[in-house]
Design a protein around this ligand. Structure first.
Ligand SMILES: Cc1cc2nc3c(=O)[nH]c(=O)nc-3n(C[C@H](O)[C@H](O)[C@H](O)COP(=O)(O)OP(=O)(O)OC[C@H]3O[C@@H](n4cnc5c(N)ncnc54)[C@H](O)[C@@H]3O)c2cc1C
Length: 376
């Protein structure tokens, strides 16, 4: 499409920022509209596989991402009660060569900062909460809660699981509470001196699990996230504070190594885990969805962010390769739906890497070399 195409991206999350960086790199004029006042270092960690490293490489931030976060030596699966090691997936130089990139754990806010660093100054308009969209014939009008109105040729909805752009495309539907609450803690590793913590471990229990990892190469910042059944929450429950006791109560049979880690947790927060029923309508007219706005998955495969980043790569390629929004959006959706569908299914099963198995289809994927699906 013509480089003069005016592109509006709604949402400055991982999806929106990655898409903005890649599209600007190709010469497009892109503005990102974000509801928040600014970015702050809140949040938690994120695991990113090799497919996303390829996108960061394209943006010129792979090395700094690796230096800011950590390349874990392995992903280890252990049984909550017995402590038995069920799987140890080593991320050494051989694995990195095979997958074409590293596996990285990083604080989300650090990833955000790196993605923002690739944007032209002034690309993000904060305090712009999208209220609605109207097609105007040869464009789209975006209306914001602050009263602003903006015209664009294309709108990319990267506004997360409660997306307003999604509502305009497929109608209103509340996210689905999956019956589990997430307990999250970010704390200095100095609280856990002597605790046998591996770089990245998933503890598997009955109907619950816990993931722990370091977020920096110095191994000085820990992140722990558990998913635990609860009837007390629903999709609209606001996130809230939690406590170490919540972690301890959730894992009464914890192996001593896990118990020691739980004792060290601090700065605990709770949030309901939600996803979306699969929906394969990703666009309408001049508006298209990506990331959680399009296909929010439960975070049991640690792949929602990776899917958002891969979406950005394929969508940017499709926009550059096609002659119209309709064609670009069809090519993008046809290229992405099979892979995202697999990730949605595996995330719901919560089986990923529990035991040894094939992971190369996931980590080895390259969103820049994969042929765009012209069948659309
Ligand atoms: C507990 C947990 C752990 C996870 N762990 C991992 C992991 O390890 N690895 C992984 O790959 N994924 C993980 N995920 C999933 C990952 O976080 C999401 O898939 C990813 O953040 C989606 O990015 P996004 O940009 O699509 O959406 P978001 O990150 O939700 O960003 C959306 C942005 O849009 C803005 N916005 C929303 N509405 C509007 C509006 N109306 N107008 C303007 N702006 C708006 C928001 O403020 C936000 O900045 C996890 C998720 C959870 C809940």
């Amino acid at each position: 499409m013509d480089r003069a195409t005016r592109i509006a991206i709604v949402g400055a999350g991982i999806a929106g920022l990655t898409a903005a960086g890649l599209l600007q790199q190709q010469g497009y004029g892109v503005t990102v509209f974000e509801q928040a006042e600014n970015f702050s270092r809140i949040g938690a960690g994120i695991i990113l596989g090799a497919s996303t490293a390829k996108v960061m490489r394209r943006l010129g931030i792979e090395d700094v991402m690796v230096r800011t976060g950590i390349k874990p030596d392995a992903f280890v699966s252990r049984d909550v009660a017995s402590g038995a090691v069920l799987n140890e997936f080593v991320f050494d130089a051989v694995a990195e060569r095979r997958f074409g990139g590293p596996f990285v754990n990083i604080h989300r806010a650090d990833l955000h900062r790196l993605l923002v660093s690739r944007l032209k100054p002034g690309s993000i308009r904060f305090e712009h909460h999208l209220a609605g969209l109207d097609e105007t014939g040869d464009g789209v009008r975006l209306t914001f809660v602050n009263g602003a109105r903006v015209e664009a040729d294309l709108v990319i909805g990267a506004d997360g699981i409660r997306s307003v752009v999604r509502e305009a495309i497929v109608g209103r539907a509340t996210p689905r509470y999956v019956g589990k609450v997430a307990l999250r803690a970010v704390f200095p590793a100095s609280r856990a001196v002597g605790v046998p913590i591996r770089d990245c471990t998933k503890w598997w229990g009955e109907e619950r699990h816990l993931l722990s990892y370091f977020m920096t190469e110095r191994r000085d910042e820990c992140y722990v996230m558990a998913a635990v059944p609860s009837d007390a929450w629903h999709a609209d429950s606001p996130p809230g504070p939690g406590s170490r006791e919540d972690f301890l109560a959730a894992f009464p049979t914890a192996h001593p190594d896990l118990r020691a880690l739980l004792e060290a947790t601090d700065n605990v927060s709770l949030l309901p885990i939600c996803d979306r029923v699969r929906n394969d309508v990703w666009s309408a007219g001049r508006a298209v969805l990506m990331g959680d706005a399009c296909h929010a998955v439960r975070p049991f495969m640690a792949a929602g962010g990776s899917m958002a980043i891969e979406d950005a790569a394929i969508l940017a390629r499709a926009i550059a390769a096609c002659n119209s929004p309709e064609q670009a959006f069809h090519v993008y959706a046809a290229s992405r739906i099979p892979r995202v569908g697999d990730v949605q299914r595996i995330s719901a099963e919560n089986s990923w890497m529990k035991l040894p198995g094939d992971t190369s289809w996931f980590f080895g994927y390259d969103p820049f070399s994969d042929a765009l699906d012209q069948a659309a």
